[in-house]
Design a protein around this ligand. Sequence first.
Ligand SMILES: C[S@@+](CC[C@H](N)C(=O)[O-])C[C@H]1O[C@@H](n2cnc3c(N)ncnc32)[C@H](O)[C@@H]1O
Length: 395
Amino acid sequence: MTQSEAEALADVVAIFDDQTRFVRAIFSGRRRNMQPDYEKIEFRPIKLKDSMKIQMICNGKTTSKTTNLDFGDSQIQHYLASGFANFLVESTEKSLTLRYTKKGQFAVHVESHQKSQNLSHDRQKSRLLDSNSEFLRQVGISDQQGRVKPTMNDKFLQIEEFLRILMPTLEAEIANNRIPQPTSDNPLKIVDHGCGNAYLTFATHNFLIEKNFYNTVVGIDKREDSRERNAAIAERLAIGDAVSFRAEKISDSVNSAADVAIALHACDTATDDALAWSIKNGAKIILVSPCCHHDLQLQMTKIPDPWHQVTKHGILNQRLGDVLTDALRAQILRFNGYRTDIIEFIGDDHTPRNLMIRAVKTNSPSDPQELASYRDFVKSWNLRPKLAELLNFEH
Ligand SMILES: C[S@@+](CC[C@H](N)C(=O)[O-])C[C@H]1O[C@@H](n2cnc3c(N)ncnc32)[C@H](O)[C@@H]1O
């Protein structure tokens, strides 16, 4: 028997209210002429101390927020009516799929099953990299038994999260024909700026090869000892023709082509060097996670009022300098034809340097108002961002 909309929604609410039956739910999509607060919401039951809660993970375009609700919380009904188009709701004995079509029609599908609740608090994210991979042993992230060394766990998670963002960005650009489908004759060209011990360099190559994306990666670091160590690892892994290393400053690099430019924690203005190199060499995708920032902090000496109320506090001045550095980097990327956003790519418990600048070359023209606003801002604060200097970008 087909359920009516009212019956199906009542059934959904009853499942959400039942601590012993609720398994999981996902709300996604957008109903015609409606705008839900989030792109997607995931719900699942968890046990916290002695009480049962519903964990709600709200995913926006660039953010994710987790809240724990009581069973019976009225927010569920709010989100049910907030404009999502698709609802998957599972209890221990059935799953309901509710859908509002583009024409606004309602459909429901019910299926019987037997599922149990998973009440663990921190469900493991699915792993992208196998800790037992030889390259992870060689770079020193995993031990001989193929376990991630406790001291390397944060770096392991950073490179995984980096890849979690690289992959869909790359797939979208290939689908949009802005990057050709990589082949063995025409592999994707990647450059890793400030590669250090090349954890990300090797991970990117390996991960993409496993996904059948032919690629070559060049790791650049100013340190000759890094180059020697990394090149020896590439030889041992028998991938020296695809993964190579150069000991040179990014700003002096003679390497001159990449579809994708990446940098994980390139120190201070080395991030600006990486961005400038990428813009000048027409990289289609730039993913850069900045490190320490000193450039603008040192220039923030003539701050117009009322900002002295913030900048008179040393630590706030420093944090404001960090924020401004990345905000102006993003603006300059936009003025150079990149669609740019800044996201948190990993929780700050794994690194305080957890922002990523993600830029995709679309060649869209600059917004004149944004450009005027940028000019006014740097003029009134008397700032000359390093990236602007490197690109000789107008003041
Ligand atoms: C904090 S480490 C990060 C290394 C690696 N990306 C990682 O996440 O493990 C920064 C690296 O950038 C290199 N570096 C700093 N400034 C550079 C520059 N201007 N040109 C090339 N390499 C640079 C340093 O030698 C160092 O190895």
